[in-house]
Design a protein around this ligand. Structure first.
Ligand code: HEC
Length: 209
């Protein structure tokens, strides 16, 4: 009887926990990203290419909607631009997120960068993605943006503008209006590729045929 009672109490605790949990999760989601679906996966440590793609295809619409709320017109409709990677891949340089590389139709030559390559003004690159926590929770990532400005517009950054949009649609930083230099680190790293107009392109294993 003692054991039965014990079990019964635990059952109550579990029911209470299940009852409360979705509500808290929902409340958090509403505060941060209104439409974002709460997702969990089973083996967070080992996302296969197919697994990463499956998650991304479920959250892409929400991600795009969220970033559209930033009002940043240059990335409007970025999910319909050319994508240059096969599946989302882990990028340690962009917050350990599974990321994609999209580029608009002015980004001629992105897939054939060589010494001396230069993008034309108006070329825009957008890198969206998501993170997966140790518990398997899927979290929307930020949108990392590079825009090629008119020649001479900003010689310090090779005429590139760097922008980060938070996963709630707010603009975290914009190198064109950056009194505290919080975006400088983007270009500092991208400078490694100065000879190729500061662009890296996608890792070889992720390139499209
Ligand atoms: C420590 C180095 C590093 C930092 C810091 C960094 N990047 Fe990158 N970036 C890369 C690498 C490497 C790639 C290509 C591989 C990948 O996607 O991870 C890349 C790719 C990109 C691309 C796709 C265009 C390309 O170069 O092929 C965009 C857009 C981008 N980064 C934006 C940003 C923005 C915005 C920031 C700052 C908020 C930033 N990056 C900070 C290393 C960096």
């Amino acid at each position: 009887m003692g054991l039965m009672k014990h079990h019964f109490l635990w059952l109550l605790v579990v029911i209470a926990a299940l009852w409360l949990r979705p509500e808290t999760a929902l409340a958090q989601d509403t505060a941060v990203v209104p439409d974002f679906r709460h997702m969990k996966i089973d083996n967070p440590a080992s996302l296969s290419d197919a697994g990463a793609l499956a998650i991304y295809s479920q959250i892409q619409v929400e991600l795009a909607k969220t970033f559209a709320r930033s009002g940043l017109r240059i990335v409007n409709g970025y999910t319909s631009w050319q994508i240059y990677n096969r599946t989302p891949y882990l990028s340690s340089t962009h917050g350990d997120r599974y990321v994609n590389n999209f580029a608009n139709n002015l980004a001629d030559g992105y897939d054939s960068l060589k010494k001396g390559s230069k993008m034309q003004a108006g070329a825009v690159f957008a890198k969206d993605g998501f993170a997966v926590t140790k518990d398997g929770e899927v979290l929307p990532g930020r949108l990392f943006v590079m825009e090629k400005l008119a020649e001479g517009a900003n010689p310090d950054t090779g005429d590139w503008r760097y922008i980060s949009i938070e996963n709630d649609g707010s603009i975290i930083g914009d190198s064109m209006n950056d009194p505290q230099n919080i975006m400088a680190f983007c270009h500092i790293c991208h400078k490694v590729r100065a000879s190729r107009d500061f662009l890296f392109y996608v890792p070889p294993s992720q390139r499209l045929p």
